[in-house]
Design a protein around this ligand. Structure first.
Ligand SMILES: Cc1cc2nc3c(=O)[nH]c(=O)nc-3n(C[C@H](O)[C@H](O)[C@H](O)COP(=O)(O)O)c2cc1C
Length: 334
C-alpha cells in the first residue's frame, strides 16, 4: 500500500511503494545519468536507453561506467534519506537486428543487477531470461493487443501500451481502446504511454486501468536533460498542433516538432515517407546532417510551461494528480 492508499500489492516488488504511479520514459540522447538520478531521487522510476552510453572505439564501455555511478549515487541517497528512498531505475534495450551491441549490453546490465528492463522493437526470450537471471522486471512496449500477447508469451512481466499522441514511435490507437483490450486478459503491470504531461492525465491513465503513466516529452524541458536549450525552449513554446507524424527520419512513424523540421529547411506538411527497412541502430548509421536537429516530442507538451528541474516537475504532477483525484472522488461521495 502506498502513502495515499493505492493498493500496489499485486505488482512486482521493484514497482511497489512509489511516490506516484509514474515511470519516466527512456529518451534517445536526452536521458543520461543526471536525468535518471534526478528522476529516481524524485520518487519515480528513471530510465535511459542503453544505446545512449556510447564510448569511442577501444574505450571502456560507457554503460558500465554509467551504471556504477547510478547505483552508487542512489545507494548514497538511500542511506542519507531512509524516509524517502529513491525509486528504482530502468534501462531500455532496443531489441532490433541492427543493434550489434545487444549481447554485450545485456551482460553489463546483468552484472549491475538492473532492477527494471524496458524492451522495445522486438520481444525475445533470451533478453527476458537475462533480465530474470539478476532479479530484473521486464516491461515491453507495444502498440497493439497482438504484440502485447506475443510479448507476454515470450516472457515479459509487464506491458507499456504506447498509444496515439506519444513522442517517438507512437502507436495509432486510442488509449481507451488499447488499455481496455489488454486488460481483458492481462492483470500484470500495465503502463500507458502517450501525451501524459499533467497530473490529470496521469489520473486518467489510472482510471482506464493502467497501473502507471509513462511520461517522456516533459522531461526534455528539464535542467537535467541532455538536450540543447533550443530544444527545451521549443517544448515549452509548442503545443499539440505543432506535432507532426512522419516515418521519414527513422523508417517508422514517429512524432516530431514542426518548427524543428522547418528550421532544417523542410516542409512539415509534405514529407516523403520511408519504409521500416531503413531503421538502423548501429553506431555507424549515417543520417543526413540536417536531420540532427529534428526533434521528437509527443502531443502533451502544451502542459509544459517552463524549463524546470526534475524535482519541480514531479512536484507539479503530484499536486495536480492529488487535486484531480480529490475533485473526482467528491463526485462519488454519498
Ligand atoms: C525524443 C524522444 C526520444 C525517444 N527515445 C526512445 C528510446 O530511445 N527508446 C524507447 O523505448 N522509447 C523512446 N521514446 C518513446 C518514449 O519511450 C515514450 O513512449 C514517449 O515519450 C511517451 O510519450 P510522451 O513523450 O508524449 O510522454 C522517445 C520519445 C521521445 C520524445
Amino acid at each position: 500500500m502506498t502513502k495515499w492508499g493505492r493498493d500496489d500489492s499485486r505488482l512486482p516488488k521493484a514497482l511497489r511503494g512509489l511516490r506516484l504511479p509514474l515511470v519516466a520514459a527512456p529518451l534517445f540522447i536526452v536521458s543520461a545519468p543526471d536525468l535518471v538520478i534526478a528522476q529516481c531521487k524524485a520518487g519515480i522510476v528513471g530510465a535511459f536507453p542503453a544505446l545512449n552510453a556510447r564510448e569511442a572505439d577501444g574505450e571502456h564501455p560507457l554503460l558500465d561506467t554509467w551504471l556504477t555511478r547510478i547505483n552508487e549515487e542512489l545507494d548514497r541517497h538511500n542511506q542519507a534519506n531512509p524516509d524517502r528512498p529513491a525509486a528504482p531505475f530502468a534501462v531500455n534495450q532496443i531489441v532490433h537486428r541492427s543493434n550489434g551491441r545487444l549481447d554485450r549490453d545485456l551482460e553489463i546490465c546483468v552484472r549491475h543487477k538492473v532492477p527494471v528492463w524496458i524492451t522495445s522493437l522486438g520481444a525475445r526470450v533470451e533478453v527476458n531470461e537475462a533480465a530474470h537471471s539478476c532479479g530484473g522486471v521486464v516491461l515491453h512496449d507495444i502498440i497493439n493487443n497482438t504484440f502485447a500477447r506475443k510479448a507476454i508469451d515470450k516472457g515479459a512481466d509487464g506491458l507499456i501500451a504506447v498509444a496515439a499522441g506519444a513522442g517517438g514511435h507512437a502507436g495509432p490507437q486510442s488509449p481507451f481502446a488499447l488499455i481496455r483490450e489488454i486488460r481483458d486478459w492481462f492483470d500484470g503491470p500495465l503502463l500507458l504511454s502517450g501525451a501524459i504531461a499533467s497530473g490529470e492525465a496521469l489520473l486518467a491513465a489510472r482510471a482506464v486501468g493502467a497501473d502507471f503513466g509513462y511520461m517522456g516529452s516533459p522531461f526534455i524541458a528539464t535542467r537535467e536533460a541532455n538536450a540543447q536549450s533550443g530544444y527545451k525552449d521549443m517544448i515549452v513554446s509548442s503545443g499539440a498542433e505543432d506535432i507532426v507524424t512522419s516515418s521519414l527520419f527513422t523508417g517508422v512513424s514517429g512524432n516530431y516538432l514542426k518548427p524543428s523540421i522547418m528550421a532544417a529547411g523542410m516542409d512539415p506538411e509534405n514529407l516523403p515517407s520511408a519504409d521500416a527497412s531503413s531503421m538502423n541502430f548501429s553506431s555507424g548509421s549515417s543520417k543526413p546532417k540536417a536531420w540532427k536537429e529534428i526533434w521528437g516530442a509527443g502531443q502533451g507538451i502544451g502542459a509544459v510551461r517552463e524549463v524546470a528541474d526534475v524535482a519541480s516537475l514531479v512536484n507539479r504532477i503530484e499536486k495536480e494528480y492529488l487535486h484531480a483525484g480529490a475533485s473526482l472522488a467528491a463526485e462519488f461521495a454519498p
